[in-house]
Design a protein around this ligand. Structure first.
Ligand code: PLP
Length: 434
């Protein structure tokens, strides 16, 4: 059991508090985690937005076991193996048409840094080498690489670290005075995309390579794009030769009831990043998915030899490729994206029923993701949601909190009765929380 002497330095964790009062999972199956003493905890977070098909899907487990015995590792630098080609082909088939060139990574952070490098390489390849600037957005999370944290908009992730030069930011789109308790996309806020025009006026379009956003913000607390916002951003970036990157590490693989948020919103970016649900969380993997024109420009215009000096030792690892193939089959065979679409209205109704619950100042939702924002304690912001998290965990429901916002993103296999159980538990715990 962990103690303060434990060797494991935990990521994004209050190590001292955790090691004094640890919460461990020993096994998982379907909708549940089980603690070492065998207590079931209903997973309302799909692990960390990963396990969209639920835990321990037999097909995925078997594929990983089998692959480990067939080919444990093979490089993909100047060599390869058939499984990575097969998986890239299968993956490209579920992405919007034209987004079909896939660069594999091991995480979402690496996918983001890869996409940023691809954007720079593309602009150089098409004779636009002055375009080296990126535009990110406040309240966005794009992982923890130096590229991702630089275009990200969360102060805690940025303040202690060096950042890329030449990055500017769109305003975030959350304004409770205009959109509290919106169901799905808020009606207010499309004009916030026009800020891209302001940044273009300030810096010059010829200096900007790409704009990167999460189509639905996840980590900062489920911020749903206002109606017409994404369309506006697409139109402005196209008009000025700026690439549009959707970071879909959370939204891809059925969270909104489609394979991608791009398909859900019918807005076509030039690059998509994904991870997590790509293998149902079972083997670490990420990907940067590029429009064909981007791949063609970079590869065709290169001098003979390696066209793009980038890659990871485990890009397209055989175990990840096998897990990914089995994951896509599972999503398809169990019709899970359609299931998320089918469950979304009940999920929305249940989430918004918390409008009159104690401490609640906003509920927002889309697909199978929702946020319940709580009034912070006057003297201790963040602690109220953390108390709710601890109580829910002790009483058998796993939720996720950031600051004073509860975020929910259950596996797509969830039953309606389990949705009811999650929201009933949250309501009940809020009554008992100061
Ligand atoms: N981008 C987004 C939108 C994310 O939500 C995350 C992780 O939650 C990442 C990037 C980073 O992914 P990873 O933790 O796999 O590096």
């Amino acid at each position: 059991m962990p103690t303060n002497e434990s060797a494991f330095w935990m990521p994004f964790t209050n190590n001292r508090a955790f090691k004094a009062d640890p919460r461990l999972f020993a096994t998982a199956k379907g909708m549940y985690y089980y603690t070492p003493d065998g207590r079931a905890v209903l997973d309302a977070t799909a692990g960390l937005w990963c396990v969209n098909a639920g835990h321990a899907q037999p097909r995925i487990t078997e594929a990983i076991q089998k692959q480990a015995a067939i080919l444990d590792y093979a490089p993909t630098f100047q060599l390869a193996h058939p499984y990575v080609f097969e998986f890239a082909q299968a993956l490209s088939a579920i992405f919007p048409e034209g987004l079909d060139r896939i660069f594999f990574t091991n995480s979402g952070s690496e996918a983001v840094d890869t996409a940023l490098k691809i954007a720079l390489a593309y602009q150089r390849a098409v004779g636009q080498g002055t375009r080296t600037r990126f535009i990110g957005r406040e309240k966005s999370y794009h992982g923890v690489g130096f590229g991702g944290l630089s275009v990200g908009g969360l102060a805690n992730n940025r303040r202690s670290f060096l950042q890329l030069p030449g990055v500017d930011y769109l305003p975030h789109t959350l304004d409770l005075s205009k959109m509290a308790f919106s169901r799905g996309q808020p009606a207010w806020g499309a004009h916030l995309a026009d800020d891209l025009e302001r940044l273009i006026g300030l810096h010059g379009a010829e200096t900007i390579a790409a704009v990167i956003i999460e189509p639905v913000v996840g980590s900062a607390g489920v911020i749903v794009p206002p109606k017409d916002y994404l369309e506006n951003l697409r139109a402005i970036s196209t008009r000025h030769g700026i690439l549009l990157i959707f970071d879909e590490v959370i939204t891809a693989f059925g969270r909104l009831g489609e394979a991608t948020a791009a398909a859900y919103f019918s807005v076509m970016p030039d690059l998509v990043t994904c991870a997590k649900g790509i293998t149902n969380g079972a083997v670490p993997m990420g990907a940067a998915v590029a429009a064909r024109k981007i791949y063609d420009a970079i590869v065709e215009s290169a001098a003979p030899g390696i066209e793009f000096f980038h890659g990871y030792t485990s890009s397209g690892h055989p175990l990840a490729a096998a897990a990914g193939l089995a994951t896509l089959s599972t999503y398809r065979e169990q019709n899970l994206f359609a299931r998320a679409r089918m469950l979304a209205p009940h999920f929305e109704k249940s989430a918004h029923a918390l409008k009159d619950a104690r401490h609640v100042i906003d509920v927002r939702n889309i697909g199978l993701m929702a946020a319940i924002e709580l009034e912070p304690r006057a003297d201790a912001p963040g602690t109220r949601a953390m108390s709710v998290f601890h109580r829910c965990f002790d009483e058998g429901v796993l939720i996720r909190v950031t600051a004073d916002t509860i975020a929910l993103s259950p596996p797509l296999i969830i039953e309606e009765s389990q949705i009811d159980q999650i929201f009933a538990k949250i309501r009940d715990v809020l009554i008992r929380t100061d």
